[in-house]
Design a protein around this ligand. Sequence first.
Ligand SMILES: [Zn+2]
Length: 157
Amino acid sequence: MGLRYSAYIESPSPHSEVDSSDYLRTNSSLYHLLADSRRMHFSHSSQGRCHRECSNSKFITYGCRRCRTHLSSSTQIMSKDYRGKTGDAYLMGEVVNVIQGEVETRPMITGDYIVCDILCHWCKSLLGWKYLESERKDQRYKEGKYILELQTICRCE
Ligand SMILES: [Zn+2]
């Protein structure tokens, strides 16, 4: 299909420290409202039914929705309970083929974080952000982890 894979997820590329001074920040105030707000849990406990995905669910590769560059996989999902700027988002352990935008401190519901946006290294679509540091100890598990917005990614077959 003529897809372009600059690096496969099995072999993560070294961090590309690209100077993104030409990268324009977009609506960062929106992040303040929406970023990191955990979705409310409504437990569907009636009749004991539960739609949680099983551990034997199919391996899924996620790619950039615009250019299908590989970004991550279902094995890297740490949580599906996040919201990004555009809607639902996943917390991911490892994401490849992205460049990092400007580093900034961003206030979120669970405290201040030092983060940078992440962009597809091929088409420069905004995909989410990376947590670099948290001011709160109990949120430090997010450091070095990534938010991928579902609106910006697709499943690659
Ligand atoms: Zn892309």
